[in-house]
Design a protein around this ligand. Structure first.
Ligand SMILES: *[C@@H]1O[C@H](CO)[C@@H](O)[C@H](O)[C@H]1NC(C)=O
Ligand SMILES: *[C@@H]1O[C@H](CO)[C@@H](O)[C@H](O)[C@H]1NC(C)=O
Ligand SMILES: *[C@@H]1O[C@H](CO)[C@@H](O)[C@H](O)[C@H]1NC(C)=O
Ligand SMILES: *[C@@H]1O[C@H](CO)[C@@H](O)[C@H](O)[C@H]1NC(C)=O
Ligand SMILES: *[C@@H]1O[C@H](CO)[C@@H](O)[C@H](O)[C@H]1NC(C)=O
Ligand SMILES: *[C@@H]1O[C@H](CO)[C@@H](O)[C@H](O)[C@H]1NC(C)=O
Ligand SMILES: *[C@@H]1O[C@H](CO)[C@@H](O)[C@H](O)[C@H]1NC(C)=O
Ligand SMILES: *[C@@H]1O[C@H](CO)[C@@H](O)[C@H](O)[C@H]1NC(C)=O
Ligand SMILES: *[C@@H]1O[C@H](CO)[C@@H](O)[C@H](O)[C@H]1NC(C)=O
Ligand SMILES: *[C@@H]1O[C@H](CO)[C@@H](O)[C@H](O)[C@H]1NC(C)=O
Ligand SMILES: *[C@@H]1O[C@H](CO)[C@@H](O)[C@H](O)[C@H]1NC(C)=O
Ligand SMILES: *[C@@H]1O[C@H](CO)[C@@H](O)[C@H](O)[C@H]1NC(C)=O
Length: 816
């Protein structure tokens, strides 16, 4: 067979000599290469057993025009022998089993099945170990399960091995030591907890350049010798202790990229880092490192990204020397103190600076405003004082919340440029009126000014913010009517104007134009008048809070239009979160947590993480009258309904039993009459009920639940009788049951909060996460070339999403 090919080749060379490259004949070397019939059949058999929903293999077939398998998508042959040497089916989203028939491809050097599902929860097929010429093997993200066949050690030509993102049990990985040509090894998320000799194994790979063992549950053994060839090292998420790195860095001035994040590294950061002069990226975040940032870091002139966030670092920030290359510096979540040194201006390459969550103080140096490339500035949760600093004009994300900044923010009109997307100034002591320059910020998507002392009216120019998604102004002293121009902010999803002195009617344009709203809180203002019917057009709404205003009139009869609160399958309309950029140039992340102050089981609380689950209608403390409209009962997803302290009358609707998810129901302080509907007893999740101070009568229906509430739930209804009330119903003998005290211990309250955060919550959090990601960085998700960026992102946030969740999201993503 091979001989024939050579003849063929010879023939075409002759042809070429005589005919040149004439397109008429169309003969070229390439065109004459035909694959081996047996190899072709093997590929066709492979195709038979896979499910190829996207038709990636449509060029594979036995038809006449497809007969050269070397031209099939993802297949490459040796151009002399015609043997198949390369199969690249990465990111094809195929499922099914790999058949041993593939073994026919004995000349295979390159096999890439990344991003399919050929594992289906089964083991890696042993026959893969028989591709004796294989140099490149990538099986990542295929849901392979169980032990890795040690026969893979037979693949002695292997240079590249990637098995990450499966559910593999590494067992003993000694077989790896036979792969002496290996340059790139990635076993991230393979369970290596039993591989006590992993370090020796790795040491025996002299050519290894890149080692990634992220999230492998590595046993904490004597550290390994960093081979001189190693450039990329990732041992993140392994619970390793400090002894690892103290040795690692003796001989390692070739290391370019080191990630030891999310381990148990303790003590000081060794000075010896200063010897690693080739370092470009260093990540020691999420450990327990102490002390200051060593001066020896100033030696690292190539360092572009430095991540030390979430350690216990103390002392002041180091001085920055001229000529550094830093692009991303993340020191968030430490105990760094003092002021930002003026020498920060030496970091002229800086793009992202995260100093949040420390105890930095003083006024922010003017040098910050002179970092020409700065796009992300996070100084939140520190003790900075003085005015909001002038920031570089290219800043897109500005986080200054939770400090002691004071005075007006009119500077933003002249300092910040058109790129601004996030403006987070909450929890400061800012005051004065808002400037009227919002029309400059066409990309602005989040404004959070909550918990300051701003006053005045909302400026008209806010209506130019077409991209606004969140507007949080809670707890200031704003007053006046909402500017009608706000109706142009049609993408807004989150409005919290609570605890101000806004006034005027709830305008019809809210329901007509702001139909993307998830959260609308007008709580505790001076709004008056009725609720317009078209408020029910807000069919994404999950939190609707109009409590503590001067609203009156009847409740609208259209609540059944709140489709996100009605639909049975809640997952169809998950609450959407926003995520802010984070970390390095290639990872993204950092949550924007839309938080809301809501009344939950009788208490005002600020909810952040749990918000996705909160589906609340709160119209309490107004002056609504009339009956509860029947349509309310269609809100099958509603978790909390509060209509207390109004002037509502009539019966509590019998249909209330349909609101199956209800956990909290407060109808107290109205004039409801007649009997309590028996269907109330069917609300299995109900754990807070208040019907007090109405005109209810008759016997409290019997159910374990309704009798388990305190008597205070029913008090102030003179004609109500039966347990747990002390007054017995006519003709009934009653034993008064002693009930527990009203004041609950703190423990009980915490328990309650915990109960709220169920495993179900974490799952949906993961889901909301993905969805939020789609919203903000949608292009990344759906372009397969950027898929790895997405996984890098997953890696980056693995600290708060456990591996399994990440895997689930990865899988979910693949199905999207
Ligand atoms: C044949 O393949 C080799 C290696 O892949 C390549 O260097 C060479 O240019 C190819 N020759 C032709 C004529 O395509
Ligand atoms: C691995 O190599 C050994 C000896 O070289 C051989 O006996 C064995 O069959 C090989 N295993 C596989 C799966 O190819
Ligand atoms: C990893 O493997 C060990 C031992 O086989 C096992 O005890 C542990 O539960 C595994 N870890 C995970 C996350 O599966
Ligand atoms: C590290 O290398 C030295 C010599 O190069 C060797 O003696 C030692 O055993 C190695 N350590 C490990 C853990 O392999
Ligand atoms: C991490 O290591 C600590 C001791 O350093 C140990 O107590 C803890 O159980 C380990 N955690 C895991 C998940 O292995
Ligand atoms: C690493 O270097 C330090 C001094 O710089 C030395 O004390 C230590 O023995 C070295 N460790 C190894 C394993 O070479
Ligand atoms: C900086 O690097 C040089 C070698 O390039 C080394 O001699 C010196 O000790 C290092 N300085 C620090 C502070 O680590
Ligand atoms: C900043 O905090 C340090 C203590 O960490 C204190 O000595 C210093 O006076 C503070 N500076 C200002 C301006 O508050
Ligand atoms: C600011 O951003 C604009 C647009 O992205 C860019 O053209 C300009 O070069 C940036 N300026 C600096 C100093 O980086
Ligand atoms: C808030 O501003 C008002 C004036 O607008 C002022 O009277 C009040 O003292 C300020 N409150 C705080 C806490 O700064
Ligand atoms: C409640 O409504 C009735 C009429 O339905 C009215 O007479 C009464 O004043 C209202 N109560 C309050 C507190 O507004
Ligand atoms: C209820 O509270 C009173 C005083 O607040 C206390 O004396 C009594 O022991 C408490 N009873 C129970 C059952 O906790």
């Amino acid at each position: 067979m091979g001989e024939k090919c050579i003849q063929l080749l010879h023939f075409s060379v002759v042809l070429l000599v005589f005919c040149g490259n004439t397109p008429v004949l169309g003969v070229s070397l390439e065109a004459k290469i035909r694959c081996m019939e047996r190899e072709k059949q093997a590929l066709l058999q492979f195709k038979e057993t896979v499910v190829d929903a996207d038709g990636v293999l449509s060029s594979w077939g036995s038809e006449e025009d497809k007969r050269d398998c070397c031209k099939w998508r993802g297949v490459r042959c040796n151009n002399r022998t015609g043997h198949v040497t390369k199969i690249d089916l990465s990111s094809s989203y195929m499922t099914g089993k790999i058949r041993p028939s593939l073994l026919e491809l004995q000349h295979l050097k390159y096999l890439n099945l990344d991003g399919n599902d050929f594992g289906g929860g089964n083991q890696i097929p042993v026959f893969i170990a028989s591709f004796s010429r294989l140099q490149y093997l990538d099986l990542r993200g295929n849901s392979f399960y169980g032990p890795i066949p040690h026969q893979l050690g037979n693949l002695s030509n292997l240079r590249y091995l990637d098995l990450r993102w499966n559910q593999l049990d590494g067992g003993n990985i000694e077989w790896l030591s036979h792969l002496s040509l290996l340059r790139h090894l990635d076993l991230s998320y393979v369970n290596l907890s039993q591989s006590t000799n992993w370090a020796e194994t790795i040491n025996s790979l002299p050519l290894l350049k890149s080692l990634r063992l992220r999230g492998c549950q590595l046993p904490n053994v004597v550290p390994f010798n960093s081979s001189l060839s190693l450039k990329f090292l990732n041992l993140a998420g392994n619970n390793l202790s400090s002894s690892i790195y103290s040795v690692l860095f003796n001989s390692s001035n070739n290391l370019v990229d080191v990630d030891l994040s999310s381990n148990q590294l303790k003590g000081l950061i060794p000075d010896s880092f200063g010897n690693m002069i080739s370092l470009v990226n260093l990540d020691l975040s999420w450990n327990q490192l102490e002390g200051g940032i060593p001066n020896s870091f100033s030696n690292l002139t190539h360092l572009q990204t430095l991540f030390l966030q979430y350690n216990s670092l103390t002392e002041e920030l180091p001085e920055f020397l001229e000529g550094n290359s830093l692009q991303v510096l993340n020191l968030e979540g430490n105990k760094l103190s003092g002021a930002i040194p003026e020498s920060i201006r030496q970091c002229s390459s800086l793009i992202k600076l995260f100093l949040g969550n420390n105890i930095l103080n003083g006024t922010v140096t003017k040098s910050i405003g002179r970092l020409p490339k700065l796009q992300v500035l996070d100084l939140s949760s520190n003790r900075f004082t003085g005015h909001v600093p002038r920031v570089p004009s290219n800043v897109t994300l500005l986080y200054l919340s939770k400090n002691m900044f004071s005075g007006s923010i009119s500077l933003i009109c002249t300092s910040v440029g058109v790129q601004l997307r996030y403006l987070e100034l909450s929890n400061n002591q800012l005051s004065g009126e808002l400037p009227d320059c919002w029309d400059m910020f066409e990309f602005l998507s989040v404004i959070n000014l909550a918990n300051n002392n701003f006053s005045g009216k909302l400026p008209n120019s806010m209506g130019s913010l077409n991209n606004l998604q969140a507007l949080q102004l809670r707890n200031n002293s704003f007053h006046g009517e909402l500017p009608p121009s706000l109706k142009n902010c049609e993408n807004v999803r989150f409005i919290d104007l609570g605890r101000n002195r806004f006034t005027g009617k709830i305008q019809a344009w809210i329901g007509m134009h702001l139909t993307s709203l998830d959260v609308l809180s007008l709580r505790s203002n001076n709004f008056y008048g009725g609720i317009p019917e078209n408020i029910c057009h807000l069919n994404h709404i999950q939190v609707l809070d109009f409590s503590q205003n001067d609203l009156f009139g009847e409740l609208p009869k259209c609540f059944n239009n709140f489709s996100s609160l009605v639909q049975k399958d809640g997952s169809k309309a998950p609450y959407r979160l926003w995520y802010k950029e984070y970390n390095s140039l290639y990872t993204i992340g950092h949550v924007y947590k839309g938080n809301a102050l809501v009344q939950w089981k009788g208490e005002e609380r600020e909810y952040t993480n749990t918000l996705p689950q909160l589906k609340i209608i709160d119209l309490s403390s107004n002056n609504f009258h009339g009956k509860i409209p029947k349509q309310v009962a269609t809100l099958a997803q509603l978790v909390s309904l509060n209509l207390s302290r109004n002037n509502l009358t009539g019966q509590i609707i019998q249909e209330i039993g349909q609101m199956k998810m209800l956990e909290s129901l407060d109808l107290s302080g109205n004039r409801f009459s007649s009997e309590i509907p028996t269907s109330l007893a069917r609300l299995n999740y109900l754990s807070m009920l208040d019907l007090s101070n109405n005109n209810l009568s008759g016997k409290i229906p019997s159910s374990t639940q309704l009798q388990s509430f305190n008597a205070s739930t029913y008090s102030g209804n003179p004609q109500l009788c039966g347990l747990p009330l002390p007054n017995k119903c006519p003709g009934e003998e009653i034993v008064v049951k002693p009930h527990s005290n009203d004041t609950r211990s703190q423990e009980e309250e915490e328990e309650e909060e915990d109960r709220f955060i169920t495993p179900w919550f974490y799952i949906s959090m993961g889901f909301g996460f993905t969805v939020g990601f789609v919203v903000v960085f949608g292009t990344i998700l759906f372009s397969s070339s950027s898929r790895h960026t997405y996984f890098q992102f997953l890696d980056g946030i693995h600290n708060w999403l456990y591996v399994t969740t990440a895997l689930n999201i990865a899988r979910l993503h693949r199905r999207l």
